[in-house]
Design a protein around this ligand. Structure first.
Ligand SMILES: O=C(O)CCC(=O)N[C@@H](CCC(=O)O)C(=O)O
Ligand SMILES: [Zn+2]
Length: 341
């Protein structure tokens, strides 16, 4: 395999210089005994001699969510320079480089609706579909190289709206399996103190890794979307420190699971858009996790009202501008007593 170096050990700059494609795979020269391979644009894999965990860290599945991109790039640079000593196998994915250039969530289609084969639905073809299929393949190859390692995938995002709980994670639908208390305490140590249990299969990246490979996988929302240069990186210090510990330590010490340390919600329903005239009845400035009371009108579309069904429902990710057929908002109810092991 070809050998090369990455200028200034800056994998993000290298990726953004070749957003569509590169000559790959190639091995990266390093001073350590870690094997480093670039598999595609934005795709780099680090394999130490001995390890117990196969970890995927993805960012820029939405190109304008910059803080996770900066965190991942700093970790990659630390590993390339040898400043960080790797103890686990890690695959970093910079999901959608052209949309980073574009400074937008996506170029043609929301990539986080295209996994688990979503990229093959209908007749459409576009760069996000091609990339989602390729990312599925890199994750599959990565996890399937071992069957005796713990599989982890944190898909790192930031949210469009400000949130009453600044950092939160979506626990993909478990098909009846219990939830991991250890994982939730890891997230809490990252400052991610709020968990949303999803109620149905989705075409997100984290559900793909969870469902197909049994990975401990989460969509992790680390704050609010900001352009490069405007992120207050001190707000991500805990998350970066814990991710660093995860990849550089044999085991990460965590406290025992305590539900009281977390805000636990269950998705009660996903409100999908059926008509072009879908409109929310609350202001655009409404924060994630704002609560509504039973009977209140959440939205209107096609001459019908969408009404709050439970005593209280909180909302997250409101977005009326999605295409017909897609999710406009998730409704949440408290879920303190789920099956956690
Ligand atoms: O703030 C928003 O409206 C969206 C933030 C975001 O990208 N969230 C993910 C959540 C994925 C999941 O449900 O696991 C998304 O919408 O893709
Ligand atoms: Zn996102």
């Amino acid at each position: 395999m070809l050998q090369a170096s990455i200028k200034d050990n800056d994998f993000l700059a290298f990726t953004l210089a070749h957003p569509q494609a590169i000559d790959a795979p190639f091995k990266v020269n390093t001073n350590s005994n870690v094997n480093v391979e670039v598999l595609d644009t934005g795709v780099i894999c680090f394999t130490p001699k001995d390890y117990q965990k196969d970890i995927v860290l993805s960012c820029a599945v939405h190109g304008n969510e910059t803080a996770p991109i900066e965190i991942c790039n700093e970790l990659i640079t630390g590993l390339l320079t040898g400043e960080l000593t790797l103890k686990q196998r890690v695959l970093f994915l910079i999901g959608n480089p052209p949309s980073i250039h574009n400074k937008t969530r996506f170029v043609e289609e929301n990539m986080n609706r295209l996994f688990s084969g979503g990229h093959a639905n209908g007749d459409t073809q576009n760069q996000e579909r091609v990339r989602a299929k390729a990312l599925e393949g890199y994750v599959r190859d990565f996890f399937e190289q071992n069957d005796d390692k713990q599989r982890i995938h944190y898909d790192l995002h930031t949210a469009i709206k400000p949130s009453k709980h600044e950092k939160f994670a979506i626990y993909p639908y478990r098909h009846g399996k219990s939830y991991s208390g250890e994982q939730m305490m890891f997230l809490a140590a990252c400052g991610v103190d709020t968990i949303l249990y999803h109620h149905e299969p989705t075409t997100t990246f984290s559900y793909y890794s969870s469902n197909e490979f049994g990975a401990d996988a989460f969509t992790v929302e680390l704050g609010k979307v900001m352009p490069f240069g405007q992120n207050d990186m001190s707000k991500f210090a805990k998350a970066k420190a814990m991710l660093t510990a995860l990849v550089t330590q044999t085991e990460v010490e965590l406290p025992a699971y305590e539900a009281e340390q977390l805000n636990l919600y269950k998705v009660s329903r996903s409100v999908n858009k059926h008509f072009e005239d879908f409109t929310f009845s609350f202001a655009d400035s409404t924060e994630n996790f704002t609560q509504f009371n039973k009977g209140e009108v959440l939205a209107t579309e096609g001459g019908q009202q969408v009404i709050i069904e439970h005593d209280i429902e909180a909302i997250v990710f409101p977005n009326a501008k999605v295409p017909v057929g897609q999710r406009t908002v998730l409704c949440l109810i408290p879920a303190p007593n789920e099956d956690v092991q």
